[in-house]
Ligand binder design. Structure first.
Ligand SMILES: [Zn+2]
Length: 607
């Protein structure tokens, strides 16, 4: 048997075979470095399936690496000198085959060294900088190399959810939702990437004074305790914008919506109070306080069907109220109103509502070290722990959250920012820039210089009793983000409310005033407890309970004839029916089975 040939794929399509895939890939690579073929081509030989994958399509994420040949980095010291002197640039290095861009598939074929000192005979590439090991988001953080790898995706998710100064022209924008921090700060500890991207122009957090301590059981697990005085001074305070948009739509037949104060005779009139904030033009006046359910854009639409049939014959043409109301559970002031026209010459109106969000119990905060926390208590300053200098932390973090998550970067940041605060300058926390011992010695030295305990511990006094704590507390400064998950935007209750038309079960979700889902797993928990009546109450009485008449003769569903005052079975014509409570979803199932010519007969236990 002849040896199997190696298949070659270009952008996922098979284009032929070669005898030796590894050699073929090496040849392409060599030609690319010589500039004989485009530098945008990537090739990978996949040994396990004996295939060569060539990629030249758009949309691949690629990363630059320094090429290493025969154990020697091609970025030699004299080339570095020329680069520093500005005689050559980065593109020159790419053209000369000193640096090349690799995609995810080709990266599988290489052995990259993090540092020139780690280069061996087998090394093929060298990282341009050890920090390029991380992406942009993690590089915006500090000391990520001291954290557990699994925490990084969590950390960058928090960073993406942070409130801050996302843009400077927020006053002329109508974003659907936007958060703006009142007093954004530049982090005391930041990184090269942070400075290079000029992220201080878009600061999205504040430097909190943090002490690692419990507080009478209020900050269990991930919960945090905030200092009320700090909150009153503007800690984490932000403004929330929500924009509403509506347009005067045109309909076939020449009819059109119109923005105006809806007259009381209109179909679907919401009552006088709902329109009280509108001006003469039917649009809400700027700087008015508005509440949920109040109309902010008055709009009248033509009737859905021309000459609707009513019980009095052919009815008159009634236009309907199609106004925009403030979302349920939200309040705020009208920040601005904008009139405009679409390209189709229909008028549009945008209204931006502003509301101030002061941190409250239930609001979420997170540091750049993937340490999130929900505010559990806001304590008056006099009840918080304090040091002999009278320093009161802004936030108390439970130390139990640190050892199991292995976010050592959090501790380093606390120490670094504390030292930097005393020095009155910012410090650098770029990934892989310094060794841990070097970092700690540096910060410890600074702290000692200013008369502090070198590892950041301090004696604290209990604000409630005035007594000294028997243990010292580790404290420092951490850059905290206020995340956009806020109770005021999520709080919701329902006792009674709308139901779905098809299943008659309660609706789902906050905008539809829905109920909390009671799913399979919740039901299983109650089954496990044997709480049968509670299951019935949740899944039948409080859901889609429907009384139906069931025929004792044929087992089909009948109805009650109120004229003859007797139940009737339309299937067999009998009158022996029993009223039974079933779930409406079950009746729906029976109906759907009937549509497939399956008649399910119900046998009653009383028979
Ligand atoms: Zn029957």
């Amino acid at each position: 048997m002849s040896e199997e040939k190696c298949r070659v794929y270009l952008d996922g399509r098979e284009i032929g075979t070669v005898a030796d895939g590894k050699e073929f890939a090496a040849e392409i690579r060599s030609n690319r470095r010589k500039g004989l073929i485009s530098g945008e081509i990537n090739v990978a030989y996949i040994k396990s399936i004996n295939e060569v994958h060539i990629n030249a399509d758009k949309g691949r994420v690629r990363k630059p690496y320094i090429i290493v040949e025969d154990g020697q980095s091609k970025l030699t010291p004299d080339i570095m000198e020329k680069l520093k002197a500005g005689e050559i640039d980065f593109n020159f290095l790419v053209r000369r085959g000193i640096i090349e861009y690799l995609d995810a598939e080709e990266e599988e074929n290489i052995l990259a060294a993090m540092d020139p000192s780690e280069i061996t005979k087998k090394t093929t590439h060298l990282e341009a900088d050890p920090a390029s090991f991380f992406g942009l988001t993690v590089n915006n953080s500090v000391f990520p190399e001291f954290n557990s790898m699994g925490r990084h995706p969590i950390a960058w998710n928090f960073m993406k959810q942070a409130q801050g100064l996302y843009t400077t022209n927020f006053n002329s924008r109508y974003d659907a939702r936007a958060f703006l921090l009142y007093y954004p700060q530049v982090p005391i500890v930041n990184s090269v990437t942070y400075r290079t991207l000029n992220m201080k122009r878009h600061a999205n957090g504040q430097n909190f004074v943090v002490a690692l301590s419990t507080y009478y059981g209020y900050n269990m697990q991930d919960a945090v305790v905030l200092n009320k005085a700090a909150v009153d001074r503007g800690l984490g305070r932000s403004v929330f914008y929500r924009s509403y948009m509506d347009e005067e739509r045109r309909y076939p037949g020449g009819q059109q919506d119109s923005f105006k104060l809806p007259p009381p005779t209109i179909e679907g009139y919401k009552g006088e109070h709902a329109y009280s904030k509108l001006g003469e033009d039917g649009i809400v006046e700027p700087e008015l306080e508005v509440n949920e359910g109040e109309v902010i854009i008055g709009k009248v639409s033509p009737p859905r069907f021309l000459e609707e049939q009513t019980s009095f014959g052919v009815g008159e043409e009634r236009s309907r109220d199609n106004s925009v109301t403030l979302r349920s559970g939200e309040t705020g002031a009208v920040d601005s109103v904008m009139f405009s026209e679409t390209t189709g010459a229909t008028r549009i109106i945008k209204v931006r509502i502003r509301s101030i969000k002061v941190p409250e119990v239930g609001d979420k905060f997170a540091s750049r070290q993937s340490q999130k926390g929900v505010t559990a208590l806001i304590v008056p300053q006099e009840d918080m722990p304090y040091t002999k200098e009278g320093i009161v932390p802004d936030l108390l973090l439970n130390p139990i959250g640190l050892p199991n998550r292995m976010t050592y970067g959090h501790i380093l940041e606390m120490l670094g920012a504390k030292a930097a605060s005393l020095d009155g300058k910012t410090v650098d926390g770029t990934p892989f820039s310094r060794h841990g011992k070097e970092v700690i010695d540096d910060y410890a030295g600074t702290l000692e210089k200013y008369g502090f305990e070198k590892f950041g511990d301090e004696v604290f006094y209990d604000g409630r009793t005035g007594k000294k704590f028997s243990a010292t507390l580790f404290n420092g400064v951490v850059y905290y983000h206020r995340l956009w998950h806020m109770v005021s935007l999520k709080l919701q209750v329902r006792s009674r409310g709308p139901v779905q038309i098809l299943t008659r079960q309660p609706t789902e979700g906050k905008p539809r005033k829905g109920g909390l889902k009671f799913g399979e797993m919740e039901r299983d928990a109650l089954v496990g407890h044997g709480a049968s009546l509670l299951i019935k109450e949740r899944m039948l009485d409080q859901s889609d309970k429907a009384p139906v008449w069931i025929c004792k003769t044929c087992g089909d569903i009948g109805y009650y004839d109120y004229i003859k005052n007797t139940p009737v079975c339309p299937t067999c014509g009998g009158n022996k029916l029993e009223e039974v409570e079933i779930s409406y979803a079950f009746k729906l199932l029976l109906d759907e089975l009937k549509s497939m010519h399956i008649l399910a007969r119900l046998r009653l236990k009383s028979d």
